[in-house]
Design a protein around this ligand. Structure first.
Ligand SMILES: [Zn+2]
Length: 727
């Protein structure tokens, strides 16, 4: 497909949207091959982006031998993409440009694939981003054994696999930085993306060991113990070393040319082993970028978190054309692909597609027919995107709490569930619940806690690592009228006490732990009994925190233990209350399980366990009921629609308008069209001037409903957007 065909797709309304108004034409790539500057502005107006995975080695002469930059770029440009991220180096560690420092891919046979692609991109008016790659480097691992990552169990295990890792504390670091400098110096492009800047695990190579001894006067500890100051220092050092590498990379690039720099940041949700601090996102990246595969709640959460950390708009939301990156052949059903590619649209982000090259270097051209169709469907919405995300409730994500507190005192190589992070289960669960309940939400993080002022409530799920400074921010927030929901050990200071840093805010004093594998909440409050009806208890698969309620705290529920301690069950004598489950005790417990407490002008809700992390419908009902009980309206918006629909609202004050986006993401496909009744709150002291449908700007009927303007959306299969103007 050539660009003319793509433009025809756009204007003949393949998406069923009708002809796009002329004003939308500005940001479409309509430049014919042959030369002029691209019409859209980089990066602000570039919403259709592509990467073709090229992790191909060169042991076989066939590999990448049929790569044809002319056909490759023409195919990509013809499918309506505005930018191409092009491989300079991959996990294989071989360079696809003319390098004097690295090793060139033999399949190029003296050609310069990267340079030729850059030239073709310029011809077609595509913005160019270099795809760079560090740490995961088979070539470096093979040619420089002294650079290898050395886990506690030794390197043999991973050398039997497919990925080789280099440690960034070895001279590999300077090698990688030199490659980046050479690339940026010798070629012209608008941005660089640095993939895989994470620790593959805990490294005990001589370089890491000597550096830790020198900087901290101690041996790198082998036992994971979050109560051990040396272990904590070691983890902080690992994060610092990686941050330093990212920072050096960014500065090395920017010292040559002030182009856009991104480091892979889907690692935002990785656990402690990856050693990625959030400051890497806020201080070494211009824009957030990363790939996600976890479904609607994770996509929604990822976009909100990127929105919080991002500087240069729009951030990139990446998804692959296959089910996952390990499956080379299975292409996502077009309905699923379409829905996923609209996730960034309702977040005013760019939709970034990851394709994969055939081993011989050719593309699957049929795929680009699908991509052209999806790009043509999304393009008309792009001129309307932008603004600030409006939320009433912030979910607090603390990257430093991404570990498993139940696995303490275990050797690094003996960990059974290092990836289990109860904090993240709570964060993701809260996102799922708020999204499905249509409560306007966003994310604040330990690196962006100052954004809390933009919200009226905060959900603090099972936070293990709150500092005294962070606790002061939350205390101040509630004192001034904010609502805080905190679960489990959130704000526990394990060293001085242990006691809750927010004891006087939450209205509970820490005493210890209750139960082990299964515990229950039993309602005391009549309203809560109705929410749970016809259940009597809410189950939690783990221990709860034991507290004493302070004067003035209202106890809504208590903690009830199982009839028989699950750890004392045995066959002889059949010691259980039920052979396949652990029913609650006959008498409800008396320890507080759910507490509401007034502090200053605000209110706090405390839960003895992160009820938000469980997927049961009753847990979702309970959290929403608790929040709505203390967080009174009006909210930024309300919407009556199916829980599969997510709504977002962006404020564009300079244009005097609010952009509402609704995306239907049902579990089963194809999607059944759903309608919605939407209520959007107009900024204080302003009045509504009109509501128009996006992208065709058709005027819509609306009415006033209290503090809101209310309008109806006819059933839509995937996406609906509307602009609310005010004066
Ligand atoms: Zn090392």
């Amino acid at each position: 497909m050539d660009r003319r065909t793509f433009n025809k797709l756009m204007t003949t309304g393949v998406a069923g949207l009708g002809a796009a108004p002329r004003s939308l034409g500005r940001v479409q790539q309509s430049t014919p091959a042959g030369g002029a500057e691209p019409p859209s502005q980089w990066p602000g107006q570039v919403y259709r982006r592509l990467l073709v995975d090229t992790h191909v080695p060169d042991w076989d002469p066939m590999l990448l031998s049929r790569f044809d930059p002319v056909d490759y770029v023409a195919t990509i440009a013809g499918a309506g993409f505005q930018s191409l991220m092009q491989y300079a180096i991959s996990c294989a560690g071989l360079c696809l440009w003319h390098t004097k420092i690295g090793t060139m891919h033999r399949g190029m046979r003296g050609r310069d694939y990267f340079g030729e692609v850059m030239d073709q991109c310029k011809r077609h008016g595509l913005y160019r981003v270099a795809y760079f790659h560090v740490v995961w480097d088979n070539h470096a691992c093979e040619t420089h054994p002294e650079w290898r990552f050395q886990p506690e169990e030794g390197e043999d295990g991973y050398l039997q696999g497919r990925y080789g890792y280099a440690c960034p504390n070895t001279p590999y670091r300077e090698y990688a930085l030199s490659l980046a400098r050479e690339l940026v110096t010798n070629y012209d492009f608008e941005g660089i993306f640095n993939d895989m800047i994470i620790w593959p695990g805990v490294c005990y190579c001589p370089y890491c060991t000597i550096r830790f001894r020198k900087e901290h006067n101690a041996e790198p500890p082998r036992i994971v113990d979050w109560d051990d100051p040396t272990w904590r220092t070691f983890q902080a050092a690992r994060e610092h070393w990686l941050f330093e590498f990212a920072d050096e990379f960014t500065k090395a690039v920017k010292n040559i040319r002030p182009i856009l720099v991104e480091h892979q940041f889907s690692t935002i949700f990785s656990d402690w082993r990856a050693g990625v601090p959030l400051t890497m996102g806020t201080e070494t990246c211009d824009s957030m970028s990363g790939d996600f595969y976890g479904g609607p709640a994770q996509f929604s959460l990822g976009c909100k978190a990127f929105n919080s950390l991002n500087h240069v708009r729009p951030f990139e939301f990446m998804t692959s054309r296959t089910n996952n990156l390990e499956d080379f052949v299975t292409i996502k059903p077009i309905d699923e692909w379409r829905i996923e590619s609209f996730v960034p649209v309702i977040h005013s982000a760019s939709a970034f597609c990851i394709d994969a090259i055939n081993p011989d270097g050719t593309l699957n051209h049929q795929v680009y027919k699908c991509l052209a169709k999806l790009n043509a469907e999304r393009a008309p919405y792009e001129p309307f995107l932008g603004g600030s995300l409006l939320g009433d409730v912030a979910i607090y994500y603390d990257k430093e709490s991404m570990y498993n507190p139940d696995e303490e005192g275990v050797r690094v190589d003996q960990l059974k569930a290092p990836g289990k992070a109860p904090h993240f289960e709570g964060v993701l669960g809260a996102a799922r619940i708020l999204r499905e309940a249509h409560i306007p939400y966003g994310v604040v993080t330990n690196a962006t806690l100052d954004q809390l002022k933009d919200y009226r409530a905060v959900v603090v799920p099972n936070v293990l690592e709150m500092t005294a400074e962070q606790a002061a921010v939350f205390r101040n927030f509630v004192e001034r009228g904010g609502v805080m929901y905190a679960s489990g050990p959130s704000s526990l200071d394990r060293f001085a006490g242990p006691r809750f840093l927010l004891e006087e805010v939450l209205g509970v004093r820490y005493k210890g732990k209750l139960g082990n594998r299964v515990t229950y909440l039993t309602a005391k409050d009549e309203g809560m009994k109705k929410v749970m009806w016809p259940q009597n208890e809410v189950i939690f698969p783990g221990w709860m925190v034991q507290v004493e309620a302070l004067a003035g705290a209202e106890v809504l529920a208590t903690v009830t233990l199982p009839y028989v301690d699950p750890e004392s069950i045995h066959v002889i004598g059949s010691h259980f209350a039920q052979i396949i489950s652990d029913p609650p005790a006959e008498e409800p417990g008396t320890d507080p399980g759910l507490v509401i407490h007034a502090y200053g002008r605000g209110k706090a809700i405390w839960a003895a366990a992160p009820i938000e992390s469980a997927g049961n419908a009753v847990n979702a009902r309970l959290l929403v009921w608790l929040l709505k009980r203390v967080l009174l309206g009006p909210y930024h918006f309300e919407v009556e629609t199916h829980p599969a629909v997510e709504m977002t609202l962006f404020h564009q004050p300079e244009k005097g308008q609010l952009l509402a986006g609704l995306l239907n993401m049902p579990r089963d496909l194809p999607p059944v069209p759903v309608g919605a009744v939407v209520r959007v709150r107009i900024p204080e002291g302003r009045r509504v001037t009109g509501v128009v449908r996006v992208p065709d700007r058709k005027a819509m009927g609306f009415e006033k409903a209290g503090p809101y303007v209310q309008f109806r959306l006819e059933p839509f299969p995937v996406i609906a957007m509307a602009l609310v103007g005010y004066r």
